[in-house]
Design a protein around this ligand. Structure first.
Ligand SMILES: CC(C)(COP(=O)(O)OP(=O)(O)OC[C@H]1O[C@@H](n2cnc3c(N)ncnc32)[C@H](O)[C@@H]1OP(=O)(O)O)[C@@H](O)C(=O)NCCC(=O)NCCS
Length: 148
């Protein structure tokens, strides 16, 4: 049984280290501190040395939760942590009366798309040229939703 905890400003340094290892276009310190200042929830798991294993960030929009960030540190991937985050997120959303969870994911992020499909999300649309990509190009987002 995983024990998810709320993460805060003191955790941003550790989160940024993970961001830079796992994303081609990582979030900045400002992105995280703005999110925390806006009251968005950040949850994660720590190992026995208090190091962050994985985290996700949720923005409430009326009766829907928008999943804005979702990551597992490199050395802990493929061990079921993403699935554990989705299970915890689903229970959290249901207990608080949210009706759905929405997310965007890069078209090329097959691994994350598979994790989300396995976690009960399905594609509801695409946003053209939503993400910056390499060499001044842009990449489409797949929009996925899961009903709670
Ligand atoms: C996408 C991401 C979150 C997936 O995390 P993860 O912890 O590796 O995912 P899980 O372990 O829960 O499941 C993924 C795979 O591990 C497998 N798995 C699950 N439990 C496992 C276990 N106990 N032992 C071994 N493998 C396991 C799953 O079957 C799945 O296998 P697959 O590679 O054949 O598809 C991670 O790769 C990541 O952080 N990527 C960078 C950030 C990112 O792209 N986030 C999404 C933004 S939209």
């Amino acid at each position: 049984m995983y024990e998810f905890v709320s993460l805060g400003f003191a955790d941003i340094d550790q989160i940024l280290t993970i961001e830079e290892m796992v994303y081609s276009h990582p979030w900045s310190r400002g992105n995280f501190s703005d999110s925390l200042m806006n009251g968005y929830d950040v949850f994660g798991l720590r190992d026995s040395a208090q190091q962050i294993i994985c985290y996700f960030l949720l923005m409430p929009v009326v009766d829907e939760l928008h999943l804005l960030n979702f990551a597992v540190r490199k050395e802990s991937q493929k061990q079921g942590y993403a699935s554990a985050m989705l299970t915890f997120m689903g229970n959290y959303a249901k207990e608080r009366g949210f009706v759905s969870i929405l997310l965007e994911v890069r078209c090329s992020n097959y691994r994350a798309i598979e994790v989300y499909l396995q976690g009960g999300f399905h594609e509801i649309g695409r946003r053209k040229a939503y993400y910056p990509a390499g060499d001044d190009t842009r990449e489409d987002a797949i929009v996925m939703r899961r009903i709670c």
